[in-house]
Design a protein around this ligand. Structure first.
Ligand code: ATP
Ligand code: MG
Length: 287
């Protein structure tokens, strides 16, 4: 059974107002337990609106959203969703508000009504998962930390809830390459070792091609492609889609094909591009 089922979902902001906006239009999508689903699309395509339906923050105007078998339009069920689905907003560090890192990360477990020992274990485990040492950081005020460290603390706060499904809205936005790799490795590890179901929104097709099992592409509130990285690259001409950057290695492969070189344009991973270019070089050099 899929852990997330979205059926013909539509959502309009400010209905009836002159500035009403249909942000989602007939989206149908499912995510299997343990799967890594990537969501990509230009600014304003509806990515954040879609994922806010996954923990009941938004409720469908049309269609259905079923999470872990529960219809989110039923209020009592929706109230329980925050325990199962962890949502990491874009720039989550802006929502740190407690006096110390420990208090911030333990906020969720405290609200679950757990005992002090369990709260401490969960908080320290979550900090370790994001690569932070509890003993050196737990008592610091979050405001003293760099933006990258605060991002990790904010993610630890969601992990401390031990969610079955982790939904992240552009978790690497604004990070340097080291910070970005750290977060991406952490997310992949959560999927592989903890069997957490992952939904990740990103503008970087490259990140999703490397990490995701399947990718959904949104355009003006509509789902325009979905499938494995190779399938979506086949279904959609990303070179013609404004707002999504094709990875440079794929741009190179397509440019070579455009010049009449015999290269396989059906690849998705950088390692495959390296092999293609290596083969082409050997052909040119006659080896
Ligand atoms: N609270 C709101 N009130 C009114 N309109 C909104 C609201 N939030 C989003 N919208 C509109 O809904 C559409 C989809 O917005 P959404 O934030 O879901 O897109 P997005 O794909 O996440 O964009 P981005 O890449 O910029 O984060 C946009 O046209 C946006 O202006
Ligand atoms: Mg967004």
């Amino acid at each position: 059974m899929p852990v997330i089922e979205v059926k013909d979902l539509s959502y309009t902001y400010c209905p009836g107002a002159p500035y009403e906006k249909k942000a989602l239009d007939g989206v149908t999508l499912s995510v299997k337990r343990g799967e890594f689903m990537g969501i990509v699309g230009a600014n304003g395509s509806g990515k954040s609106t879609l994922i806010q339906h996954f923990n009941g923050l938004l409720c469908p105007d049309g269609g259905k959203v079923i999470i872990c078998g529960q219809d989110t339009s039923v209020k009592q069920r929706r109230d329980e969703l925050w325990k199962k689905v962890g949502l990491v907003f874009q720039y989550p560090e802006q929502q740190l508000f407690e006096a110390t890192v420990f208090e911030d990360v333990s906020y969720g477990p405290r609200n679950l009504g757990l005992g002090p020992r369990e709260i401490r274990i969960r908080t320290e485990d979550a900090l370790k998962k994001v690569g932070l040492e509890p003993e050196s950081i737990a008592d610091l005020p979050p405001i003293c930390l760099s933006g990258g460290l605060r991002r990790r603390v904010a993610i630890a706060g969601v992990l401390a809830m031990q969610p079955e499904v982790l939904v992240l809205d552009e978790p690497t936005a604004g990070l340097d390459p080291l910070g970005r790799d750290m977060i991406l490795n952490l997310i992949k590890k959560l999927q592989q070792e903890d069997r957490t179901t992952i939904v990740m929104v990103s503008h970087s097709l490259r990140e999703l091609l490397t990490l995701a099992d399947r990718i959904a592409v949104l355009e003006n509130g509509k789902l325009v492609a979905t499938g494995s990285p190779k399938e979506v690259l086949h279904q959609k001409d990303f070179l013609a889609l404004p707002g999504i950057i094709m990875p440079d290695y794929l741009q190179l492969i397509h440019a070579l094909a455009g010049r009449g070189k015999k290269v396989n344009t059906g690849i998705s991973a950088m390692a495959e591009a390296e092999l293609e270019i290596d083969r082409l070089l050997k052909e040119i050099c006659g080896k």
